[in-house]
Write a protein that binds this ligand. Sequence first.
Ligand code: MBD
Ligand code: FE
Length: 284
Amino acid sequence: MTDTTTEQATAAASGAAATEQFRSRLRTDAAGVDTKRVDTLVTELLAAAHDIIRRHEVTYAEYDALKSWLIQVGEDGEWPLFLDVWLEHAVEEVAGASREGSKGTIEGPYYVPDSPVLPAESALPMRDGEDGTALLFQGRVRSVDGTPLPGATIEMWHADNDGLYSQFAPGLPEWNLRGTIVADDRGGFRIRTVQPAPYQIPTDGACGKLIDAAGWHAWRPAHLHLKVSAPGHQLITTQLYFEGGEHVADDIATAVKPELILAPTPVADGDGREVTYDFVLDKA
Ligand code: MBD
Ligand code: FE
């Protein structure tokens, strides 16, 4: 991470922002989850934990380490980060299993709804001289039957060249590298942005402590986040990665799929790189 003259990004600050963001847009009321499902799922989850404790003869020292770590996850506001890095991929796999169109993957903790609405050919909001290789991301949105989807929207958000997300790290303009692009009358879009850097999850909080204690690494490959939707079609939440990029093969969040890897090429008569990617949406 480069140095900055502004406030440092901290686990507790980004955790608090992610917790707040999540609370403001729960997909469901937890009280509405069926009693039988809660009974089954929690009973099986606990039974799996009991089994692990017995098989590995977990000690009181280890139990206390777990207990104090769980308390710290809450204090640091890192439940969204922990859950989205280590559990969400399995939930997404189940949710996306019967979809025919483009692959989805996890949303992660840093989505913010209602980003600035932009025409089909646009640059994402960014600072003057925003750091990083220019990237032209273009394509079409169509239905599984091949029909173009005019007026589809492509919400895009990603980290900057330092791996920081606006609204979760200090010192960035509010909507930096976030926008909602409205496709043209043929479902087309041409979005100018900069290529994001690999993302290191905060190392100074509870999740960082776990990664250290387990001898893991803390990295996600560079990625673009997207939510693509159109009337009468299912919204897809996805991410796109870059061929040959660091950690494409060992994403800590287990969210890379082969279909989601882009191979941008140098722009023929200009700066930066360009890539075409089409989105295919299932009918609602
Ligand atoms: C991210 O940027 C991200 O996409 C996920 C899934 C987890 C942590 C940070
Ligand atoms: Fe991300």
